[in-house]
Write a protein that binds this ligand. Sequence first.
Ligand code: C2E
Ligand code: CA
Ligand code: CA
Length: 485
Amino acid sequence: MNLPLNIFNLYIITLSIFILGAVTLALVGLVFVFAMLYWRSQTKPAVQDYKHYLTGLPGRAQMMSKLEQLLVVKSQNDMAHVALLFVDLDDFNNVNNSLGNKVGDALLLHLSQELRNLAGRYSKYFYQIGSDEFAVILYDYGNDVNIVSEVANEIIHVVAKPVSIEGYELHSSCAVGICIYPECATDADGLLKNASVARDNAKKIGFGSQSLYTQEMSKKSAMRTLISADLRMALERNEFYLQYQPMINIATQQVEGVEALLRWRHPSLGNITPDIFIPAIEDLGLIHSVGKWVVYTACKEISKLQAAGNPNLCVAINISAHQFNKGDIASVVAEAMWETGIAADKVELELTEAVVMSDTEKSVLMLNVLQTMGVKIAVDDFGTGYSAMNQLTKFPISILKIDRCFIHDVNTNASNLAIVSTMIRMGKQLGYKVVAEGVETKEELEVLRREGCEIIQGFYFSKPLSIADLTKYLSDNVLVKASTA
Ligand code: C2E
Ligand code: CA
Ligand code: CA
């Protein structure tokens, strides 16, 4: 009877030893795995020595690692500055799309070499951080933001130099966003993020611009993100409306026309300014539907005012680059004219210098179609791009709107006066109607009158008005009616 029991005991003991061994092994394994995980979490992986396949330049990871190193050194030694310049080629995709990747690659290689040579004069640290994005770290440059800005200018200048590739004469431009440590950000991630925000801002200013990061930019970009979802619903919820700012002929004191300005009343945040919501509309791809609504509504409201006794009133409508480049602006305007009955010669389209002078076959064709329809083209924010005035004659333009940055203090600022005076004289010689934007004071007005500017727009005469206030403004200003006699 004892024998089976002994065998059973032996079996139990063997099994226990086996289980104990397995558990011990598992525990040792677990401890090893945790130890490995802990060790790996404490040890930063080395930055891969990644180089861009085409240009051979080091990439974003190396740049971040170098920035981190430099910031550590800086924070320990002194508060000397480190600057990050984010260089983004404008519209580079267009080259690939229109001329093919071979030309695009050759251009990218050429520009990267030019930039590397230039950057090399100031810094050892030059990177390619995206397909058409580069970065320069300036280190120990003497704490002078003007130096950083000069480097940015040189970069813009180098990129703008025309180059001949495969028989094509290519003109490029770039935006440079600048972020400085410690004023604009206190760590490497912040420097890159804010340099990219500054780059976005430079892009908005126009081709070939630079911009130094400010906190205001981050607030705007956070606001844009916040409102994006609501913007998608704004058109169908009827939250958009237009205001109109009068343009006054100073010789006759008559209202020549009005500029339609888009407004958005957000259901909970109230009115949001166009410089925040219009870029967001463009980013979301809504500019075509919203732009179409603006064209139609402006034509409808102004044709009603014409019928109510202001037959000569013109309306100027802003058309963004995205809207224009879609290629259907002539049919959008023609449809609005047809539906509202407004005459073509009472419609002006405001396009920025860069759009008018892009000089592609398609854009010249579209401008000519609009001119043939009888619609007038105004060059908006004139002077902020860098086209020469004699280039204007190549395009069917009727109106020049001098940007308000030149009008501000034109009575006390000699260089603004010299620029404005040249623009007015040359504009008139070329047969354009010249409009000064942003006139705020009597003194500015007097200088402009003396220099021969015909049309004035600005707070001095009137802020943008709701359609109801405009109706009242026009009835008080009987001069528009008088001009019809
Ligand atoms: P913009 O085309 O240069 O329009 C003139 C801007 O100057 C308006 O700003 C106007 O309110 C402002 N302004 C007029 N007079 C004065 C003045 O005496 N002093 C100052 N400081 N400012 C003055 P707003 O309405 O904020 O529009 C800003 C920009 O938004 C416009 O600049 C235009 O680029 C864009 N925008 C407005 N409406 C539309 C639209 O329907 N479509 C598109 N694509 N862009 C629009
Ligand atoms: Ca405008
Ligand atoms: Ca303008």
